[in-house]
Design a protein around this ligand. Structure first.
Ligand SMILES: *[C@@H]1O[C@H](CO)[C@@H](O)[C@H](O)[C@H]1NC(C)=O
Ligand SMILES: *[C@@H]1O[C@H](CO)[C@@H](O)[C@H](O)[C@H]1NC(C)=O
Length: 235
């Protein structure tokens, strides 16, 4: 009897812990996740999310030091099928810029930290520590991780697709959301989700979903996360 009750309490505590964990994982900003989740890390993630940001929208709310007129890489994130993701998987392998010295010119172009007054080292270090260390065993080590993300940029280039379809960045023009999705689908198939800011008016990011062999795959949800029916690609 006593044992059963004690077990019940343990079970209840586990449920509370699981719910708290799930809330942290749902944090849409992917910022301050508690480091202690390190301990529950499971190397066997399911797929990658490759996220590209439109600086014209990102910089509306932030003080940017540079504002490229093309999509930039935000990150390459291991993900689980259930929508959660592993984070901070190896604290004994902190970011070291020397390891990617040969990639820096392309990193600065394709993966800039638009908030930094120098080069992108804060963003790179954050992305590596939080997500890159979890990409094992598919991508082993910093160089492989960043080189792969830069290589994907050649294949997944929404800037070019929009330009080819006459969807030029503009602060005054708006585009039909379904048209935007259809133009992207023609090039990339059903492998992405678009996200907007400013109450859904401005295109903010495109998340591409990739299998562990980097072939595109379905994201398991609608291609539109929160964009209104007409959207801008602000200049
Ligand atoms: C963490 O990184 C260190 C340094 O590169 C490496 O020796 C170790 O094997 C890594 N641990 C895991 C679990 O990947
Ligand atoms: C829309 O969703 C994206 C993630 O897909 C998120 O980054 C963004 O903050 C959301 N925007 C709003 C206004 O909720």
């Amino acid at each position: 009897m006593r044992t059963a009750r004690a077990l019940g309490l343990v079970a209840a505590a586990l449920v509370v812990a699981a719910v708290v964990g799930a809330d942290a994982a749902r944090d849409p900003t992917r910022s301050s996740r508690p480091r202690e989740l390190d301990k529950t890390y499971d190397a066997d993630f399911d797929y990658f999310v490759y996220t590209m940001t439109w600086p014209g929208t990102f910089c509306e709310e932030k003080h940017c030091t540079k504002e490229p007129r093309y999509f930039t890489v935000h990150g390459l994130w291991p993900n689980y099928e259930n929508g959660k993701w592993p984070a901070f998987c190896n604290s004994s392998y902190p970011f070291d810029e020397n390891e990617i010295e040969d990639l820096l010119p392309v990193m600065n172009e394709r993966w800039p930290d638009v908030l930094s007054s120098h080069e992108g080292d804060w963003l790179w270090s954050h992305e590596w520590d939080k997500h890159g260390t979890c990409a094992k065993p598919v991508l082993n080590g910093e160089h492989e991780y960043f080189a792969k993300a830069l290589e994907l940029y050649d294949i997944l280039n929404p800037t070019e697709v929009f330009a080819q379809n006459g969807m030029i960045p503009s602060n005054t023009r708006t585009y039909d959301r379904d048209q935007v999705i259809s133009v992207l689908t023609k090039s990339f198939g059903d492998t992405f989700v678009i996200g907007c800011q400013e109450s859904g008016k401005d295109l903010f990011q495109i998340e591409f979903c990739l299998q562990k062999n980097f072939q595109g795959r379905n994201c398991g949800k609608s291609a539109n996360s929160n964009c209104s029916s007409r959207i801008r690609i602000p200049n």
